[in-house]
Design a protein around this ligand. Structure first.
Ligand SMILES: [Zn+2]
Length: 302
């Protein structure tokens, strides 16, 4: 995990998941997300400690374990004021909610409660209710609502550098996932359009590298989402009598060369495919039906 400065006071630790750092003053510093686990946070603390860089505040963009898993360790080690968006904060405080919703409400088995799906509980001191200025000492930072990848994800702008969280993925990460995780396709696309028009000098995604010309990468994200949406719709239309949700997930994943390796991973892809379906349902292109006690998706276009 390497640290690099983008401006004199804004930088990030680049790893499988990025952690942002803003030196706010000689006494105050803000982390943007906390990494996957204790290990990631130990590296961050060592780096900042060696350089005598202050750390007093933490902003968690959304309640996915790879972004908040290191927060509990940080809170246990030192005094830290933690900000998180509304609703995401409920999951941060009760992290069992993520495996619970992925496994349609059934009490999750122990091995589904791994560090990738459930971090340690995080105390949230200030809940971000809407786009507002987040105050650290005398300095204010603008937060930007980016729903779609998660329910109420927020990004933040510091010195014209935009921390986009998982509002978009770097090209490599986008290719690796095949079908990126989302909970709402309509909002995902709206958030991507919004990022394109933000006045900033460059952006850092949660997974990928800082780019001054990030709009190219955003356009690629939009293209991928539209392509998957079309694939979902075509696969439903091709089955005259409807297709079960399970078969639709399997078909879309195969066509995107995704190999699902285990049950939790299946649940993540099922959520993403369902998120395109709710967009198509609201546009009256497809609908859910129950046939022979099976949940099927039927096409409404002729
Ligand atoms: Zn995420």
């Amino acid at each position: 995990m390497d640290f690099q400065w983008i401006t004199e006071s804004v930088g990030y630790f680049q790893g499988a998941v990025n952690i942002g750092y803003i030196k706010v003053s000689s006494k105050e510093g803000l982390l943007v997300d906390a990494g996957l686990d204790d290990q990631a946070m130990k590296k961050v603390l060592r780096h900042l400690g060696e350089r005598e860089l202050p750390l007093t505040h933490l902003f968690i963009t959304h309640a996915h374990a790879d972004h908040y898993g290191g927060a509990a360790y940080l809170q246990q080690k030192q005094v830290i004021h933690t900000f998180a968006p509304n609703l995401e904060s409920a999951i941060l405080e009760n992290p069992i909610l993520e495996p619970l919703y992925l496994f349609h409400g059934v009490y999750p088995l122990a091995h589904w409660r791994n560090k990738f799906l459930e971090g340690k509980p995080v105390r949230v001191d200030t809940i971000i209710m809407e786009e507002e200025n987040l105050k650290v000492g005398e300095v204010s930072f603008k937060t930007i609502a980016l729903p779609g990848h998660s329910y109420n994800q927020f990004g933040i702008i510091a010195e014209d550098i935009f921390f986009a969280a998982d509002g978009y993925f770097g090209k490599e990460s986008l290719d690796k996932h095949g079908i990126p995780f989302i909970v709402d396709a309509t909002r995902t696309l709206a958030s991507l359009e919004k990022i394109k028009s933000l006045p900033c000098k460059g952006a850092i995604p949660g997974h990928g590298s800082f780019e001054e010309d990030h709009v190219k990468t955003i356009d690629e994200n939009i293209r991928v989402h539209k392509e998957i949406e079309q694939l979902v719709e075509e696969n439903v239309r091709a089955c005259k009598d409807g297709i079960t949700l399970e078969n639709l997930v399997a078909l879309c994943c195969s066509e995107k060369a995704v190999v699902i390796k285990n049950a939790p991973s299946f649940m993540l892809f099922r959520t993403a495919i369902s998120a395109y379906l709710t967009k198509l349902i609201s546009e009256e292109k497809v609908d859910f039906a129950v046939k022979n006690n099976q949940l099927v998706v039927v096409s409404l276009s002729r």
